[in-house]
Design a protein around this ligand. Sequence first.
Ligand code: NAD
Ligand code: UFG
Length: 341
Amino acid sequence: MSKNVLVTGGAGYIGSHTCVELIEAGFNPIVIDNFSNSSSVSLERVEELTGKKVCFYEGDVRDRQFLDTVMQAEEIDSVIHFAGLKAVGESVEKPLEYYDNNISGSIILFNAMRDNGIKKVVFSSSATVYGDPHTLPIKEDFPLSATNPYGRSKLFIEDILRDIYYADNHWQVTLLRYFNPVGAHKSGRIGEDPNDIPNNLIPFIARVAVGQYEYLSVFGGDYDTPDGTGVRDYIHVVDLAKGHVKALQAFEKDDLDNLLTVNLGTGQGYSVLDMVKAFEQSSGNEIAYKIVERRAGDIATCYADPSYAKEVLGWQAERGLREMCDDTWRWQSQNPQGYAA
Ligand code: NAD
Ligand code: UFG
């Protein structure tokens, strides 16, 4: 069996961390990325961390000819599909861009896979597909819904993959539903590098801690949660990356279904103010904040039941809140301009 894994979006935040873990587990990532939300510096850093050359092709998953060229040049066994746009608010402003990039891109990729005889795929889905859950913790068989174009794109791609599998059960499909990825590699050499003003909590807090922003706006202080602020299941990106390695390894097990849907979370919820306090401890800096209006589309509480991941993949998160914040801080303080510097 070839150990070559095509990693779409492999230069991005989760992709670059996954490349490190893949290499350390003996896989050979072949990255394709159009660098629309990343740069090749992350891949240089992956090389530095692993001491291995990373094979990468610059191009777009919507470019069928490009995909055929890569798939014919490399003996690819499986695909991890990260490439896509991911900002919820932007997806409301630019639905067509999101549907084109995420849904059209996925269809073109899956067609190219089929025509090149590649039928193993791990897909980056999201806890967003659960909408506003009625009960907690969230299990994989909970009802699915979407409230914005980004979420709808994830839900639709999941449906496409389920249909592909029902039509040809030689496919092996693993849908990984991530909860809230945070943190960075412990070296501080790779991490999350948002292009613009960060939408997500931890990158924003990190920039307040280095003095780039004056204060954090806490979106809502009147939720039905212990301190009134939103509660999420934050998961260290290295744990998440290791989950992808486990998903690939599970393809080789004969006793598992060929269609798996798995939550990747810790099972532990933390509020916005818990995160502020934890980050203050890690950085030694005060994080100023103001409680403002709720953000449209946000829910009060979201955390996973991660037991199925343990059962089928033998995976569970190992890194706690302190490590998430320490590692984010190391990355942010050593790279205040991200990869640009
Ligand atoms: P990211 O933006 O850092 O990585 C995505 C990568 O894909 C980038 O390097 C970007 O340049 C590339 N890309 C985008 N469109 C492309 C295209 N058409 N062709 C080729 N490359 C393209 O994002 P991330 O946080 O690493 O997320 C990876 C995946 O995980 C995404 O699909 C995202 O929706 C999903 N996800 C992320 C989160 C999160 O909070 N970070 C949560 C749940 C799911
Ligand atoms: N928050 C603030 N201020 C900010 C940013 C966020 O108070 O400046 C709050 C939010 O209201 C929420 C919590 O911090 O309560 C987390 O917000 P994020 O934007 O970091 O994350 P979300 O849970 O809203 O969404 C993220 C990704 C989605 C993904 C989801 C589940 O952005 O794409 O996790 O994986 F679907």
